[in-house]
Design a protein around this ligand. Structure first.
Ligand code: FES
Length: 168
């Protein structure tokens, strides 16, 4: 663990901001004693922050008296939780068998080369983030990507610029 990580762990209000920290405490208090409290807390805190950074998981674990390993276990089990910041639009590249065979890897390479995007990464302007999925349920039209709520079928790497520019 780096020195700065330790500093932010011991002073979460520095890393998170006093106001956000108070919001997190309120969420924990509001859910205290309710069934599934930890899931609700994680969902609501992610709603506030957009994602769940390590320092926040530490705060939640300490405040709710739950082992940090258990909190991490929950966050990694449910795919809707994110430990990294997400862009305004999340690009999901399908790496299921059909999409992989039809060139999903070339799509990933192009996203890296032309947009500097790697899986779990974020563009510098915060507009796009990238994740990979196992199947988007449109295998017959592979390779498939999703941008936000939109599904794009039979995507060629050469189309990516045009596709993403429609979200500018
Ligand atoms: S494998 Fe990609 S949509 Fe099913």
């Amino acid at each position: 663990m780096q020195k700065t990580d330790i500093a932010t762990m011991t002073k979460p209000e520095v890393a998170i901001g006093r106001e956000t920290l108070q919001q997190i405490f309120k969420v924990i208090e509001d859910n205290s004693g309710k069934a599934g409290a930890i899931i609700r807390v994680l969902q609501q805190v992610q709603g506030i922050m957009g994602y769940l950074p390590p320092v926040v998981l530490q705060v939640i674990a300490t405040r709710m008296r739950i082992p940090l390993s258990e909190v991490y276990g929950i966050v990694s089990f449910y795919h809707f939780f994110s430990l990294v910041p997400k862009g305004k639009y999340v690009i999901q590249v399908c790496l299921g068998t059909s999409c992989y065979v039809k060139g999903a890897e070339r799509i990933l390479k192009t996203l890296k080369k032309d947009f500097g995007l790697e899986p779990q990464g974020l563009t510098t302007d915060g507009k796009f983030s990238l994740s990979t999925v196992r199947c988007l349920g449109a295998c017959g039209l592979a390779p498939v990507i999703m941008v936000g709520q939109d599904i794009h079928r039979k995507v060629r790497p050469s189309q990516l610029k045009e596709i993403l520019s429609s979200y500018e």
